[in-house]
Design a protein around this ligand. Structure first.
Ligand code: ARG
Length: 561
């Protein structure tokens, strides 16, 4: 039995096709999918008809005649030009339900060949507040790591903090001038990280003496001057405390152990660039060491450089990313590098990947993927901003979310996260409080209500867990059970495409199927004891599927609402 019920049926159809037509197709090519017309539908006859030059309806009838699936489905019907409609047998559905009840993984098989995924997400910058742009990376990345781990892969969470580079000269110099040294051992506390950054910037622009000292600080930092390093550490630690608070508020699994900031790769940069040079991949252009990966040009057709070392010897964002690829594949045995970063950095990552391939740091055993995402827009369709036009701080946004959810944290934070996860990540999405906090629709609250409802029914029934056969006596039971059996295939697709929105869509359909079942089928007042027990089991299964799915998205389901 294949865990994916569509593929199980597909395998049977493929066998029928082989027997009837002497054509070999895979279970996936049998095109068996959930359908509004029946439980599942096979759409392969049309393609096969074309391929063999025969009427597709005739092909569909041949498939049905040769199909050996009596145990699974009722005698199938051929409709229209050659659709084959399937209705599962009630007994077969009941048996699958029994499998689910006894399976903590709800039918989801662990992957046959686990890989070592390194997922780069979060990525905030030191001495700056996290903004909504970092929301998407944190929330999407977190869901992806949870889904990968559940699928059975090894997952390393990696937070690429912006904690190094020339801006630190002015930040450290500013900190030093405030006299808030860290030598006292006291923790540095900057109430307003953005304000601190802006003050440093202002001084840098207005005061040439300060600017000069800031430049010297960069050198001091790079050469490891102890006093400068201590100030830098204070700044990083203060920022990390701020990030940790936001991650906790968000329920994102990133913690201090997952921090691999840009500074982490600093000792590897010289070797990385030297290796690129040795391999003949670099050219000096305007004094800077560059790689020109093939296929990247600007509008004028000029080749685009990936600058790895500036003329003054300084390194770049790209140098760090190249050193990181080299480190993770060579030193840490990563097989899959996943970068959850906004779409504007697409070209950067493609150039880094091509360069790493040319250097041999990525080969056919590896996969590097930029899991890109669009922007968060306000209801006016422009980038989300405060009324005053400033960028919105993530912490403020989450506070407001919880306020709007009458102080229920799981509801407020869940709404924000779900709104982000439920839209196709590649698209921009409009941030709307009313929409995301609605009780109906594809929202976190809709799922949370379904779970709370099950808890209520079970509580009123006065049982804790029931173990009884699930009977299929009503269309609403059938539709719900068929949905519950689709978790393995949906999860496989969501993992494959790094697409949490697919899991959201499925959970919404499941909650909707539950709601129809709840409205149409008496649970506690069912006709017989067997039916009552059966429906309680079905309700509990629904809740387990919903909670498991929500858990993979990092969304909590409160026991009651
Ligand atoms: N700190 C960067 C930013 O705020 C994101 C880092 C993404 N990760 C990476 N390996 N480059 O844009």
């Amino acid at each position: 039995m294949h865990p994916d019920i569509g593929l199980e049926l597909g395998a049977r159809v493929a066998r029928a096709v082989q027997e009837a037509l002497d054509v070999r197709i895979s279970p996936a090519e049998a095109l068996v999918h959930p359908s509004a017309r029946a439980d599942y539908q096979c759409n392969a006859a049309m393609g096969l008809g074309k391929r063999l030059g025969r009427p597709s309806r005739e092909i569909a009838e041949l498939i049905v005649a040769h199909l050996a699936a009596d145990d699974l489905v009722e005698p199938p019907e051929v409709a229209g030009p050659g659709f084959v409609n399937f209705t599962f047998r009630a007994a077969w559905l009941s048996a699958r339900a029994a499998d689910l009840v006894g399976d903590p993984r709800l039918g989801v098989p662990p992957v046959a060949e686990p890989r070592r995924y390194v997922v780069d997400y979060g990525g905030p910058n030191v001495a700056k507040e996290m903004h909504v742009g970092h929301l998407r990376s944190s929330v999407i990345g977190d869901a992806i790591t949870r889904m990968l781990a559940f699928a059975g892969h090894e997952v390393i969470r990696r937070n690429h903090l912006g904690d190094w580079g020339t801006p630190f000269g002015m930040l450290i110099e500013h900190l030093a001038s405030l006299g808030t040294g860290t030598d006292s051992g006291a923790e540095l506390s900057i109430g307003d990280l953005n304000g601190f950054y802006q003050e440093a910037r202002k001084k840098f622009d207005a005061d040439p003496g300060f600017a000069e000292r800031a430049r010297k600080r960069v050198v001091a930092l790079q050469t490891g001057d102890p006093a400068t390093l201590a100030l830098w550490r204070g700044l990083v630690a203060e920022s990390e405390r701020h990030f940790a608070k936001v991650y906790e508020q968000l329920g994102v699994l990133l913690d201090a152990d997952d921090s691999y900031g840009e500074s982490f790769y600093n000792p590897m940069l010289a070797d990385t660039v030297a290796e690129l040079e040795e391999k003949g991949l670099t050219e000096v252009s305007d004094g800077a060491v560059c790689v020109f990966p093939p296929g990247f040009t600007n509008r004028e057709g000029d080749r685009l450089p990936l600058i790895v070392c500036k003329s003054d010897g300084g390194y770049m964002y790209a140098s760090t990313d190249l050193a990181a690829v080299r480190y993770w594949t060579r030193e840490r045995g990563a097989t899959d590098l996943v970068y959850v970063v906004g779409t504007p950095q697409s070209q950067h990552f493609q150039m880094v990947f091509r360069t790493a391939e040319a250097a041999g740091w990525l080969d056919s055993s590896h996969r590097a993927v930029h899991v890109n995402f669009g922007s968060v827009l306000g209801e006016d369709g422009k980038m989300l901003r405060t009324r005053a036009g400033g960028s919105i701080k993530l912490a403020d946004l989450l506070t407001e979310a919880v306020e709007r959810a009458d102080g229920v944290r799981a509801v407020g934070v869940g709404a924000v996260k779900y709104a982000d996860l439920s839209s196709d990540r590649q698209k921009d999405y409009v941030f709307s409080w009313d929409k995301m906090l609605a009780k109906e629709g594809n929202t976190a609250l809709y799922l949370q209500y379904a779970v709370a409802r099950v808890n209520k029914v079970v509580e009123l029934a006065g049982v804790s867990t029931v173990d009884a056969p699930v009977l299929v006596t009503h269309d609403a039971e059938r539709a719900l059970l068929v949905k519950l059996l689709q978790l393995p295939s949906v999860l496989a697709a969501a993992v494959e495409d790094f697409a949490p929105h697919r899991l959201c869509g499925y959970l919404h359909e499941t909650a909707a199927a539950f709601s129809v079942f709840y409205d149409r089928c008496q649970i506690r007042q069912a006709r017989t004891d067997e039916l009552r027990a059966s429906r309680l089991v079905l309700a509990q299964l629904s809740s387990r599927v919903l909670k498991t799915g929500m858990g993979l998205l990092g969304i909590e389901a409160p026991a009651r609402l």
